[in-house]
Design a protein around this ligand. Structure first.
Ligand SMILES: Cc1cc2nc3c(=O)[nH]c(=O)nc-3n(C[C@H](O)[C@H](O)[C@H](O)COP(=O)(O)O)c2cc1C
Length: 368
C-alpha cells in the first residue's frame, strides 16, 4: 500500500507535520526506492522470449505483493512455474486460495506478454498433480497479439477513494464480458457495508492484523531490501516516520492514534466506491482458482485501458473462523447456490497510483 500525501495528512489529522518533520529538500527528493522499482524498467529487456514474458508476468497483481512465484526454464522453449511455499498468508488465506489466484494472474500476464511478442504459449496446469509445479508452459512462434498487453505497464490495484461518479452504461456493458458488475445503488450499499465490516474484523483480530503488520516495509531502505509486502514509502510518509508518527509499533497497536487515523482513512476509501466487480466460479478447485486469477488480470488490464480504477477488497472472502459470518454474507449476496466468490473489487474512477515494488526475475529463477 503506497499512501498518498492526502491520505497521509488524514493519518496525522492534518496540520503540524511540516514543523515536526525533519525533512530537508534533499531528503524529500531522494526517497524513491529505485532498486525495488527497477523490474518495471527491465520488463521486456531480455534476450530469451520466455524471460521477456516472465519479466512482464512478475508485474502481476498478487495478495500482499508476496510474489510467491518461482520459475525454471527447461530446454529451449519451455518453463515451469512453481509456488514458493515459503511465501504464504496462513492467517488470512489458510488454504492458499488467494495465493493461487495471484499465480493465475502471473500466468495470464505471461501469456498476454508473450502473445504481443509473437509467441503462442501452450499451458498445462499442475502437469504432475497438485503437489508439483503449478504449470508447464511451452512457447512457440505464432498466435495473435492480445491488445490487453498495451495496459500492463499502467495496471495498478488502486488503494484510494474513488470519485463520486457513476460508470457510463457502455463501460458497464464492456466489463460485463469480464466480471459481474454491480451498479445498483442498494446492492452497492450492501457490499460497501460488508467490505467495511469485514475489514474491521481483520484489524480487530490480532493474528490477522499482525500478519499484515509483519509485511509492512517502512521507508526506502526497507523497501529496497525487501521489495514485496506492504510498501510504506515516499517522501511524505518517510517524514512521518522520522517524526515518529508512523511506525511498526503504532500500526500494531489499535489504541494508538496513528492506527485509529489509519482506520478512518480506510473507511473513507472503502466507502468512496460507486461500483463493484465480482468473479465467481462453480467449483473451487486449484484450476478454478487459477482461472479466477487469469480473469482478474484481464479485467484489471481492461479497466486500465478504459481509464477505470480497480482494487481487490478480499477480507469478506477470507476463510478463517472470525470472518465466517461475513464470508456467508458475501456468498448470499454475490453467488448462486454452491458457487464460490473468488474475487471482489472496488470499481470506479481513481487516480493513477505509483508502481509497487517487485523482486527482479533473477531472484525468482530456480535454475539461473
Ligand atoms: C487474490 C488477490 C487478493 C488481493 N486482495 C487485496 C485486498 O484485499 N486489498 C487490497 O488493497 N489489495 C488486494 N490485492 C492487491 C495487491 O495488494 C496488489 O496486487 C499488490 O500489492 C501489487 O500491487 P499492484 O497490483 O498495484 O501492482 C489483492 C490481489 C490479489 C491477486
Amino acid at each position: 500500500m503506497t499512501l498518498s500525501r492526502r491520505k497521509a495528512i488524514a493519518l496525522i489529522g492534518g496540520g503540524t507535520i511540516f514543523a515536526a518533520g525533519a525533512a530537508s529538500a534533499a531528503f524529500l527528493t531522494t526517497r524513491t526506492p529505485g532498486r525495488a522499482l527497477a523490474p518495471w524498467d527491465l520488463a521486456g529487456s531480455y534476450a530469451d522470449p520466455r524471460e521477456r514474458a516472465l519479466s512482464f508476468a512478475l508485474l502481476a497483481p498478487n495478495p500482499h505483493n508476496l510474489q510467491p512465484w518461482l520459475v525454471a526454464l527447461e530446454g529451449e522453449d519451455a518453463l515451469t512455474l512453481h509456488q514458493d511455499t515459503a511465501r504464504r498468508l496462513p492467517e488470512t488465506d489458510p488454504y492458499d486460495r488467494q495465493i493461487i489466484i495471484g499465480l493465475g494472474c502471473f500466468l495470464e500476464q505471461m501469456v498476454i506478454a508473450a502473445s504481443a511478442d509473437g509467441y503462442d504459449v501452450d499451458l498445462a496446469l499442475y502437469p504432475d498433480g497438485e503437489d508439483g509445479p503449478v504449470a508447464r508452459a511451452v512457447f512457440a512462434p505464432g498466435g495473435t497479439p492480445d491488445p490487453l498487453a498495451a495496459h500492463i505497464m499502467d495496471r495498478r490495484s488502486c488503494k484510494e477513494p474513488f470519485e463520486d461518479r457513476a460508470l457510463p452504461a457502455s463501460a458497464v456493458e464492456t466489463l460485463t464480458g469480464y466480471a459481474d458488475v454491480v451498479i445498483d445503488p442498494a446492492r452497492v450499499a450492501e457490499i460497501k457495508e460488508l467490505t467495511w465490516d469485514a475489514w474491521l474484523v481483520e484489524m480487530q483480530t490480532e493474528r490477522t492484523l499482525m500478519e499484515s503488520v509483519d509485511l509492512m516495509r517502512f521507508g526506502k531502505a526497507e523497501i529496497n531490501a525487501n521489495p514485496d509486502g506492504i510498501d510504506l514509502g515516499g517522501p511524505f510518509l518517510e517524514s512521518l516516520m522520522l517524526a515518529g508518527i508512523l511506525s511498526r509499533e503504532g500500526q500494531a497497536d489499535p489504541d494508538s492514534s496513528g492506527f485509529q487515523q489509519g482506520v478512518a482513512m480506510y473507511e473513507e476509501m472503502l466507502l468512496a466506491t460507486p461500483a463493484y466487480a465480482v468473479l465467481r466460479s462453480g467449483g473451487n478447485t486449484r484450476a478454478d482458482q487459477i482461472e479466477a486469477g487469469r480473469r482478474w488480470l484481464r479485467l484489471n488490464l481492461a479497466t486500465t485501458g478504459m481509464g477505470l480504477a480497480l482494487q481487490p477488497v478480499s477480507q469478506c472472502l477470507q476463510e478463517y473462523p472470525e470472518m465466517a459470518p461475513h464470508y456467508k454474507r458475501a456468498h448470499a449476496l454475490m453467488a448462486g447456490q454452491g458457487e464460490t466468490v473468488q474475487m471482489l473489487g472496488r470499481l470506479g474512477y481513481g487516480p493513477q497510483t505509483p508502481r509497487t515494488p517487485r523482486w527482479p526475475l533473477e531472484a525468482k529463477r530456480m535454475n539461473a
